[in-house]
Write a protein that binds this ligand. Structure first.
Ligand SMILES: Nc1nc2c(ncn2[C@@H]2O[C@H](COP(=O)(O)OP(=O)(O)OP(=O)(O)O)[C@@H](O)[C@H]2O)c(=O)[nH]1
Ligand SMILES: [Mg+2]
Length: 210
């Protein structure tokens, strides 16, 4: 899968000849902000923001520019490693989330961004080799807040961009579910990613379970 970049992706026209239905699956580490993003994409942000905890696979429905998006929210915890791929078949696009803010108490290989590289990209590629992945740096509001540099560090946008390019993700973008920043851009990117997804026309491989 090749990197296209967010600007070129957003310039794509929507292909009306492709199916009206799209399956969108969030993946990423525990507490990456997947549920918050899905709920915000669907204008369902609530003040119970702190208490989200996905213990199962959940779905939300969204209509965007003539396409019916079914948003599948998965749990990032390690305990769900074997359950998660069960929802991968016929995925149109993955939203791979990681928090741009990393606690210095977290072991380097346990951070969301490290897990994106070590766990989630290989997992998506294993089951769905040709399905596009949009890499999403979440909690972008924390970049402008006064994070305590001694306990946390913030990943620069340029690194997210670099990572997307190097790992063959379709594009990199940043959002804040809390601040509702970048949300419409994610909706627009999703529908435009359909062109890069496996279809009968493209002959690319769809997802398979082994
Ligand atoms: N500051 C800030 N916090 C956020 C944002 N999005 C999510 N959070 C917080 O991050 C924590 C985890 O968010 P969730 O959406 O539950 O994360 P998740 O990826 O669904 O986690 P699992 O379901 O456990 O895999 C929660 O305490 C949220 O309040 C954001 O845009 N900004
Ligand atoms: Mg969740």
């Amino acid at each position: 899968m090749k990197y296209v970049g967010i600007d070129s992706l957003l310039e794509q026209t929507i292909d009306e000849t492709l199916p009206n239905y799209m399956k969108v699956v969030t993946i990423g580490a525990h507490r990456a902000g997947k549920t918050a993003l899905i709920l915000t994409l669907n204008n369902k942000w609530t003040h119970a923001f702190e208490s989200f905890y996905t213990v199962y696979i959940d779905q939300e429905y969204l209509e965007q520019e003539g396409k019916q998006l079914v948003l599948w929210d998965t749990a990032g915890e390690k305990d769900y490693e074997r359950l998660r791929p069960l929802c991968y078949p016929i995925t149109t696009v993955f939203l791979l989330c990681f928090s741009i803010c990393v606690s210095r108490n977290v072991a380097p290989d346990e951070s969301g961004i490290a897990q994106a590289v070590a766990t989630f990209i290989p997992e998506a590629r294993k089951y769905c080799p040709d399905v596009p992945i949009i890499l999403i740096g979440t909690k972008s509001d924390l970049r402008n807040s006064n994070v305590d540099e001694s306990t946390e560090h913030v990943i620069p946008s340029s690194f997210g961009e670099f990572l997307a390019r190097e790992t063959g993700c379709l594009a990199y973008m940043e959002v804040s579910a809390k601040g509702k920043v970048g949300i419409e851009k994610v909706r627009r990117a999703i529908v435009r990613a359909q062109k890069f997804a496996p279809s009968q026309k493209s002959g690319k491989k769809k997802c398979h379970l082994q």
